[in-house]
Design a binder for this molecule. Structure first.
Ligand SMILES: [Zn+2]
Length: 125
């Protein structure tokens, strides 16, 4: 039985509202897309599409884990995360591990992998 294997890939960079308004990264991202298409074709994959979403760090209590740099939402500050909005569902830890849950621990903000298991948002440690 034939199938299509759809493969997603996530990446991120940090930016500001001003840089977005000034299209600071547009040319660099266009060049990246062209190189990615060539690279994917080399391995027999066809580029289909991409999108870009912006997460307001302060508003969403999103940041990099103080220990390991995983992207996380501090659930102690933002218990509702993305409010289960379908726009963000692929980033959710229930579905995918793009943006981890996290919380406060001993003056640090740690992701679920770095928090002790007894912490409400600790998961692996
Ligand atoms: Zn971590």
């Amino acid at each position: 039985m034939k199938k299509f294997a759809i493969r997603r890939m996530y990446s991120y960079f940090e930016t500001t509202t001003q840089e977005v308004e000034d299209c600071t990264f547009d040319k660099k991202l266009e060049l990246l897309d062209e190189e990615l298409k060539i690279l994917l074709a080399k391995y027999g994959l066809k580029f289909i599409s991409h999108d870009i979403r912006f997460i307001a760090l302060e508003k969403m209590s999103a940041k990099k884990c103080d220990n390991c740099d995983n992207l996380m939402i501090n659930r102690d500050k933002n218990p509702t995360r993305f409010n289960k909005d379908n726009f963000w569902i692929d980033l959710d830890t229930d579905y995918n591990f793009v943006i981890f849950d996290g919380g406060n621990y001993e003056d640090k903000e740690l992701c679920m992998e770095c928090l002790p298991i007894e912490h409400r948002w600790g998961y692996f440690s």
